[in-house]
Design a protein around this ligand. Structure first.
Ligand code: F6P
Length: 445
């Protein structure tokens, strides 16, 4: 399970000030538990891990097996919370070169429906031309343009290539129980479907079939993922004292930093497999907190890669940032730096050392340099890249996000701001029902 260390924020904010959040955090926890806060119709994620049944997981695994047995490639069609959680977990747990490996143990997982790039979709459909592929169509609303557009193309191609009957077997829908075009299509075509509960918003849905089905298809142990999340649900429970509750401490610390002018939080990793965990985290915190003209801006970097691009800014730019580092304790493999007689590169001082030791010293050196440079630093230790640990990390961030949103005084569970671009896009594309908006927007061009 993950653990949190906030020692390196104390040169910037005081321990006492963080501890003083205890009452506020308790009130936020109570609002979550009793459902008395804003957005209380979207609290289905709160006790989700501990309520997932063995039968539900077996159903997901059985459907995953159908896709695994019948597909070389599986496309996850979804955007935002409808793909980021799955991608975060799959990429964290997969071999970095999984799709280039000759011997495959699972279908190649590809993502679509998260952009409207004609080249992306053209190249994807080209690639799929000789592939036995399946699709998981994920959309809570069932009407998101990006996803619906990609699915329209993929459905047709799958039916044309594999026939209607096989397509029916290898297309699965994860959507609302009743509403939306994805539901209508799935019912009409007879696809296997999984429901996204009404009370779980997209960015909190990774432990529903939205995340669990693709993760199972990719060959990972969803029981362990859920077990890690369930243990973290306990560890972050309302009954756990403030000082021992990692979600409470994280939420309090980042709010105290924010109140002290640290407006940007940078989520840092030193392992490229965690890149999509950061992407998932950015949506979780960005959509939850960025409203009412408030909210920490969630940013992310992959180190040491980005030390050679963003490192300068972080070290010496405007002092409005803090870092939260996901520190991976144990790597999966062992690789030592070889000794070289000629030592032309001057690296013999590293000979015999694990590559991970070099990485860990880069991490420690960076932490010290950034703290010295005026950047408060929190550290989340992830013991290893296992399903269990990743499950605990995801739930930790979700719980802290709920608390943090209430500390900030916003509704952490809506996202009204996302509609503005959609309205303009539909008006510009003359969507039926947008006639007035079309006229108004045309007059501005
Ligand atoms: O699952 P849906 O309804 O397609 O929505 C996808 C994403 O779009 C949003 O509604 C807005 O960006 C997100 O909150 C959500 O995760």
């Amino acid at each position: 399970m993950i653990s949190l260390n906030i020692e390196k924020t104390f040169g910037f904010i005081s321990k006492e000030k963080v501890s003083a959040y205890e009452a506020e955090v308790k009130a936020a926890q109570e609002m979550l538990e009793k459902g008395t806060g804003k957005g209380n119709d979207f609290l289905g994620w709160l006790h989700l891990p501990s309520s997932i049944s063995k039968e539900h997981l077996a159903d997901l695994n059985a459907t995953a097996k159908v896709l695994r047995d019948n597909c070389e490639v599986v496309i996850i069609a979804g955007i935002g919370g409808s793909y980021l959680g799955a991608r975060a977990v799959i990429e964290a747990l997969s071999n970095s070169f999984t799709w280039l490996q000759e011997k495959k143990t699972a279908p190649i997982m590809i993502y679509a429906g998260h952009n409207i790039s004609e080249d992306y979709l053209f190249e994807l459909t080209e690639y799929l031309k000789d592939k036995k592929f399946g699709v998981i169509n994920i959309s809570k609303s069932g009407t998101t343009t990006e996803t619906a557009l990609a699915f329209r193309l993929l459905k047709k191609q799958c039916e044309d290539q594999r026939g209607k009957e096989t397509a029916k077997q290898v297309i699965v829908a994860v959507t609302d129980a009743k509403k939306g075009a994805a539901r209508v299509t799935a019912d009409k075509e007879g696809y296997k479907t999984f429901i996204i509960p009404d009370n779980v918003g997209g960015r909190f849905s990774v432990l529903t079939p939205v995340g669990l089905l693709p993760i199972a298809v990719a060959g990972f142990d969803i029981e362990q993922l859920v077990a890690g999340a369930a243990d973290m649900e306990k560890a972050c429970g309302a009954d756990v004292p403030f000082a021992e509750n990692p979600a409470a401490i994280y939420a309090a610390t980042r709010n105290e930093l924010y109140r002290n002018g640290k407006k940007i939080e940078i989520l840092v990793n030193f392992c490229p497999k965690l890149h999509y965990v950061s992407e998932w985290w950015k949506q979780l915190y960005g959509e939850s907190e960025g409203k009412d003209n408030k909210g920490i801006f969630p940013a992310s970097v992959d180190f040491s890669t980005d030390l050679h691009s963003m490192g300068q800014w972080i070290q010496e730019g405007e002092r409005s940032i803090f870092e939260t580092v996901i520190s991976l304790d144990k790597v999966d493999h062992k690789l030592e730096v070889p000794s070289d007689e000629a030592n032309l590169d001057g690296l013999n001082f590293l000979a015999g050392k694990r590559v991970d030791e070099v990485n860990k010293m880069a991490e420690l050196g960076t932490q010290l340099a950034h703290v010295d440079g005026g950047v408060p630093n929190m550290r989340i230790v992830l013991p290893s890249l296992s399903e269990y640990n990743i499950g605990s990390l995801l739930y930790f961030f979700e719980k802290a996000c709920g608390i943090s949103g209430y500390l900030l005084g916003v509704n952490p569970f809506n996202q009204p701001g996302v509609e503005a671009y959609k309205k303009n896009m539909f008006a510009l594309l003359n969507k039926p029902g947008y006639e007035e908006e079309s006229k108004a927007i045309q007059s501005r061009l």
